[in-house]
Ligand binder design. Structure first.
Ligand code: NAD
Ligand code: UGA
Length: 458
């Protein structure tokens, strides 16, 4: 079969895999290939056991793989054959040298640019899918145009806004697709080609365009705003706990103002995920680079409150359990950073687990999808930790349960059965406010929600 266009994506991760699978699904007229330097990851994409868990993804990959969706390690060949190259490699926080702990580590990004330059034999559109500091497209252009040939590369910014756990829904029905381009004739032509791809399923009015720098910056700012809402509500949980106010009631009252909106006001043990902290720190670093210290301090506060919230959770556990956790058995309900994903990157559960071990508690961890990642995250931690998939077995004989992830299954467990199997007094710390606190109290638990009065029997 001859395809109308050949699309390549470099980077087969949480973004590259689902995004390309959806393009292939919606556009059978295009050939879509995803490459990666990690052969194990590619082998998993080509198997029945995909490397990531994402609701709806298996079905889409099954419908498209080997039809017009391909996963490969043949980076050189695929670069040569492609018309459009999406770059979706990881851009973690740099952990060495200048900007350590703040700036984006662009080594994977730069290697990709050099690979494209080396192997390309015809003009190409390069699409930045990864989240990058403002002006990265300029660096990309410079690397690409330094080859001694007349191949032209047009670099576009097309940040991804999907959230894990709802990636397929977000990709199928996005609030908006953002495409940033140079305002030159070739920039605008490339932009229109990318608009055409998305227009196969996204209404035109939701495909918005801007200059490249606004597009790159909008992605960082979107994540900063989302994280800021969580830190805002979480900061108020501390005040609620001191004043007997209830954060759920406050969030409802505040969120019903249509100017504020009700989404993303769920108080929690803290936000996690591979991007919020990384992208805010990246924004902070950029502000400092341009001498905007007040702006940098403002956004850094969002991360500080998140760290404070996680530590506060531990201090609340300590004070509730008679100021010692040593030798107590604590069950963590959930380890992924949010429900419906097995991803544990920057999960608050990692911090909580490490702190509990520092307090010499014994841990039992349960999660429907993230136990393998949890074992990797806690590998080398010096303490007693076990991993048990069944939440009933996991919580048996424990002194306390701490809810880390808002998996729906946890709200529907038989807590009378769980209570009977636990050591007494039995405690529940609901880091996601998903349980029926009054009912738990009636069963006999001492209940400590986030930002709501505790319900205790003493
Ligand atoms: P990831 O770590 O899951 O995947 C990145 C992949 O790139 C890895 O498989 C890695 O092996 C591969 N890679 C690295 N260098 C390569 C090279 N030179 N050639 C080929 N492959 C290479 O990362 P991710 O979560 O998919 O994130 C990718 C980017 O998208 C990041 O910039 C992130 O900030 C952004 N983003 C992520 C999400 C999300 O939900 N995870 C959402 C929006 C945006
Ligand atoms: C987030 C953004 O929502 C996406 O738009 C963005 O594309 C992505 O980051 C990215 O750039 O990587 P994600 O991290 O997958 O997506 O998940 P979110 O739903 O945003 O949740 C992030 C964290 O905040 C989770 O730990 C979640 O539990 C927590 N959260 C979320 C709360 O504590 N309260 C809320 O009200 C909402």
């Amino acid at each position: 079969m001859t395809f109308k266009k050949t699309i390549l994506c470099i980077g087969a991760g949480y973004v590259g895999g689902p995004t390309m699978a959806l393009i292939a699904y919606k556009c059978p007229q295009y050939k879509v290939t995803v490459v990666d330097i990690d052969p194990k990851r590619i082998a998993k994409w080509n198997s029945d056991n995909l490397p990531i868990y994402e609701p709806g993804l298996d079905e889409i990959v099954k419908a498209t793989r080997d039809r017009n969706l391909f996963f490969s390690t043949e980076i050189e060949r695929e670069i040569k054959e492609s018309d459009i190259i999406f770059v979706s490699v990881n851009t973690p926080t740099k952990m060495f040298g200048a900007g350590s702990g703040m700036a984006a580590d662009l080594q994977y990004w730069e290697k990709t640019a050099r690979q494209i330059r080396k192997y390309a034999e015809s003009h190409k559109i390069i699409v930045e899918k990864s989240t990058l500091p403002v002006k990265t497209a300029l660096a990309m252009e410079r690397i690409l145009s330094s080859a001694e040939n007349d191949i032209h590369f047009e670099v576009l910014s097309n940040p991804e806004f999907l959230a894990e756990g709802t990636a397929i829904k977000d990709l199928e029905d996005p609030d908006r697709v953002l495409i940033g381009s140079r305002e030159t004739p070739s920039g605008l032509k490339a932009r229109d080609e990318l608009v055409e791809i998305y227009a196969n399923w996204v209404p035109r009015e939701r495909i918005i365009t801007s200059n490249v720098w606004s597009s790159e910056l909008s992605k960082l700012v979107a994540n900063a705003f989302l994280a800021q809402r969580i830190s805002s509500i979480n900061s108020i949980t501390a005040l609620c706990e001191k004043t007997d106010a209830n954060i759920m009631e406050v969030a409802r009252a505040v969120g019903m103002d249509s100017r504020v909106g009700s989404k993303f006001l769920n108080a929690s043990v803290g936000f996690g995920g591979s991007c919020f902290k990384k992208d805010i720190l990246n924004l902070v670093y950029l502000c400092r680079h341009y001498g905007l210290d007040e702006v940098a301090d403002y956004w850094e506060g969002v991360v500080r409150i998140n760290d404070y919230q996680k530590e506060r959770f531990i201090l609340n556990m300590l004070s509730a359990m008679f100021n010692t956790l040593a030798g107590k058995k604590i069950c963590l309900f959930g380890f992924s950073y949010k429900a419906n994903t097995g991803d544990t990157r920057e999960s608050p559960a990692i911090f909580i687990a490490r702190r509990l071990i520092e307090e010499k508690a014994e841990l039992v961890i349960t999660d429907p999808k993230a136990l393998n990642n949890a074992m990797i995250d806690l590998n080398g931690v010096d303490g007693k930790i076990s991993y048990v998939e069944d939440p009933y077995k996991a919580s048996a004989n424990c002194d306390a349960i701490a809810v880390m992830t808002e998996w729906e299954i946890y709200a529907n467990l038989d807590f009378e059965k769980i209570y009977k199997s636990m050591a007494k007094p039995a405690f529940i710390f609901d880091g996601r406010n998903i349980l029926d606190h009054k009912r738990l109290y009636e069963i006999g638990f001492n209940v400590f929600p986030i930002g709501k009065p505790a319900l205790t029997h003493f």
